[in-house]
Write a protein that binds this ligand. Structure first.
Ligand code: FMN
Length: 407
């Protein structure tokens, strides 16, 4: 929302990239921000992006340089790609066929992540580890422990008629009902988050980012379509936050004061149109328990950051999270491009001059930080180019995998 109460306007892409005025409108993006003990030099955050480079859970050799280049080129904070927590069913093939995903346990993976963190620091940057458990999204029979049952609160993957990019082969494999998680399964997973958070702290990460979005495990406890439990882990929205709260508390317990970011979303990989909550009151019921459990930053994952979250108000999802909880928030989705993430799967998208809309929202206090995904895949020097008004890159669909070869 703007100070005048009007929706955030989207500028057309293109013509004024070279205009020196563009950089003065961007000034709010380049102001520092203190997140707990971590001082960020600007408001630009590299969003978590899975790169599929790992061998037996160990990130590829080029990954340290990949993150270092973004740090050297002015990204204020990097959130790592999703890192599987230390649990047998944390990782497997995902909706888009992702494999070769990293972990942070075992000497080789730990050492590689330590190298990555050291390189980011040497490049002048800061990096949080994204802690990830795929839960119901993990394709059964895949990943490092194919025999492990995928973790699902109620044995369901999700509604089978949702708008998803998943392949027919994937859908056939996941639609089978499985046994719901038991009390001891739940306790094991919470402990796994704690072990991985402790490893992240030892490896020197500057903060911990919990993936609670997109239909993965934590989100599947929030979502009524995947959580039909009638015990203390299900029922009301408040009860459905319990699992996330226990994870947050465990991560906080071992985190040694590192700041905790928590990503949540309305949309799910099982259904892009899904909605967890339909009103600010429900959003408050979702977020306030998480805030009390120890979140320092809410990362409101949307596909288009500027859109109103609910009818009747122009406030964005990140804006509501900040308004309702008083906690710092990050918006994400669509900065730098004419089309959102899911449309990039179907074809190339053009650069868009919309970062100034995010800058304006930060200036108005709507949210505090802005996440940048595809633009930082397309160009490690994107932040500098934005700042100086240089031509910004378009996003080619091939960049999803191209960057794996040329990190
Ligand atoms: C290649 C790729 C991998 C992604 N992997 C993750 C991930 O590991 N964890 C996550 O929370 N989001 C992931 N995302 C979503 C991004 O963090 C971001 O929210 C999304 O791309 C929207 O931002 P954008 O429009 O700036 O690209 C991924 C996105 C892309 C493009």
């Amino acid at each position: 929302m703007t100070a005048t109460g009007k929706p955030l306007p989207l500028a057309p892409h293109g013509p004024d990239f070279g205009n020196p005025l563009a950089s003065s409108q961007l000034i709010p993006l380049f102001s520092p921000f203190k997140l707990g003990p971590v001082m960020l030099p600007n408001r630009i955050v590299m969003a978590p992006m899975t790169r599929c480079t790992a061998t037996e859970g160990v990130p590829g050799e080029g990954v340290a340089n990949y993150y270092r280049r973004r740090a050297e080129n002015g990204v204020g904070l990097i959130i790592s790609e999703g890192i599987g927590v230390d649990h047998a069913a944390a990782l497997g093939t995902g909706t888009l066929g992702e494999t070769n995903l990293p972990v942070l346990h075992g000497a080789r993976a730990f050492t590689r992540w330590k190298e990555i963190v050291d390189q980011v620091h040497a490049g002048g940057g800061r990096i949080f580890a994204q802690l990830w458990h795929q839960g119901p999204v993990r394709m059964p029979g895949t990943g490092p422990h194919p025999d492990a049952l995928s973790c699902r609160p109620s044995g369901r993957w999700g509604p089978l008629c949702g708008n998803t990019s998943a392949s027919a082969q994937y859908l056939a494999a996941v639609r089978v009902q499985t046994p719901p998680m038991t009390e001891s399964d739940i306790a094991d997973v919470i402990a796994a988050y704690g072990r991985t958070a402790a490893n992240a702290r030892s490896a020197g990460f500057d903060g911990l980012a919990i993936h609670g979005a997109h239909g993965y495990l934590i989100d599947s406890f929030f979502w009524a379509a995947t959580n039909a439990r009638n015990d203390a882990w299900g029922g009301s929205l408040r009860a459905r936050t319990r699992f996330a709260c226990e994870v947050i508390k465990e991560v906080r317990r071992v985190g040694g004061g590192l700041p905790i970011a928590f990503r949540f979303s309305q949309w799910k990989l099982q259904n892009y149109e899904a909605r967890l909550v339909d009103s600010p009151t429900s959003l408050e019921a979702l977020l306030c328990p998480l805030a009390e459990a120890g979140v320092d930053l809410f990362d409101a994952s949307t596909r288009q950051f500027h859109l109103p979250a609910f009818t009747g108000s122009v406030r964005t999802l990140a804006g509501w999270a900040k308004h309702l909880t008083g906690i710092a928030t990050m918006a994400v989705g669509g900065v730098g491009f004419s089309h959102e993430l899911k449309e990039s799967f179907a074809g190339d998208v053009l650069a868009a001059d919309n970062a100034k809309v995010a800058a304006q929202a930060i200036e108005c206090g709507e949210f505090d930080l802005i996440g940048i995904g595809r633009a930082l895949l397309a160009d490690p020097a994107w932040v500098g180019k934005l700042r100086t008004g240089a031509l910004l890159p378009n996003f080619r669909t091939s960049m999803f995998t191209e960057a794996n070869q040329d990190l």
